[in-house]
Design a protein around this ligand. Structure first.
Ligand SMILES: [Zn+2]
Ligand SMILES: [Zn+2]
Length: 316
């Protein structure tokens, strides 16, 4: 990319705090071609997630899945709602094509309703839990961050009674705050492949995740489902420091699932736990400045860990 192009882009798009309310400025920004360097090497994730969000907005603007989650109204009502809207969206298509589109979009909405219902009723029976636990081999780990479940977590998950108080860690990763609560270190079942991909509620559809990953994942799918700015925390050694939104970490870990050390590393979620670090320490920890690292390749070393008391104060 030429210098001219770079400066035109930055000039048109950056620092629009006041003028971004102006329609002309908006259309100038929209007409830009976004240069790759803006994405910090995360182009596919950043693009995919904004497309996912736009598509979600589009689908939900036709018929809101949330309305149907707790309602007795079923698929027929969704079809009816979609049928009303389709002629306005796709004016130039034949009746036959319109019917096809109606069916297609109604199915997408129905699947989204199922997906959200599924996350609400998360009850999995003990036999399924035992089966899942066995599938995961001798050292089950969270499928997203690679956290190795403790004996305590196993006992709690498999319903063995008289388990004692959770042995919470004394020192905590200030970037994630993983381990602040009992839930963080518990085993949970995640519906990794939602109904919308055609999965059924069978074991291949279910994965073990730690409570930290599962709670931050929730039913979010796109990076842009959460706030767009990192937070600042006060670190005892490093001073004021930027930390990413936990869902950004979960999203990035769940698509990488291995160490991103520059010189290569064979650690992945089956044999190690991961966290993130900034690519450039002076930069804000937004999704373009995050790198997945294993403990061995963590440039922060022991500075990453803070005492439980300090971590409590960094909580949201
Ligand atoms: Zn995890
Ligand atoms: Zn590594």
């Amino acid at each position: 990319m030429e210098f001219e192009e770079i400066s035109t882009f930055l000039n048109t798009t950056a620092n629009k705090l006041e003028s971004c309310w102006d329609l002309q400025v908006i259309s100038n920004i929209a007409n830009q071609r976004i240069p790759d360097f803006i994405m910090g090497g995360r182009g596919s994730l950043l693009r995919a997630d904004i497309y996912i969000l736009w598509t979600q907005w589009f689908i939900e603007s036709i018929c809101d899945p949330d309305v149907f989650i707790n309602s007795a109204q079923g698929y027929a009502h969704i079809v009816e709602a979609v049928q009303k809207r389709i002629p306005f969206i796709f004016a130039g298509v034949s009746d036959y094509e319109r019917q096809k589109l109606t069916k297609f979009i109604a199915r997408l909405i129905d699947k989204e309703v199922q997906r959200r219902r599924l996350r609400k009723r998360i009850y999995i029976n003990l036999d399924d839990k035992k089966l899942l636990w066995d599938i995961y081999g001798p050292e089950p780990r969270c499928w997203i961050c690679g956290y190795k479940f403790t004996k305590w977590a196993q006992n709690k998950f498999l319903g063995y009674s008289n388990y004692t108080e959770a042995p919470l860690p004394q020192f905590i990763d200030y970037m994630t705050l993983h381990g602040l609560t009992q839930r963080d270190i518990s085993v949970e079942v995640d519906h990794a492949i939602p109904f919308s991909k055609g999965g059924k509620e069978e074991e291949d559809n279910l994965r073990l995740s730690c409570g930290w990953c599962n709670s931050h994942k929730s039913d979010r799918i796109s990076l842009y489902d959460v706030g767009v700015r990192p937070r600042i925390v006060e670190h005892p050694k490093l001073g004021k420091h930027s930390v990413p939104h936990p869902f950004w970490i979960v999203r990035l870990l769940s698509v990488r699932r291995r160490c991103e050390h520059e010189r290569g590393c064979d650690k992945n979620v089956d044999n190690a736990q991961f966290t993130v670090v900034s690519k450039h320490p002076e930069g804000a920890m937004n999704p373009t400045n995050l790198r997945v690292v294993c403990a061995e390749h963590d440039p922060l070393g022991s500075s990453r860990l803070v005492s439980r008391e300090v971590a409590e104060q960094m909580r949201y």
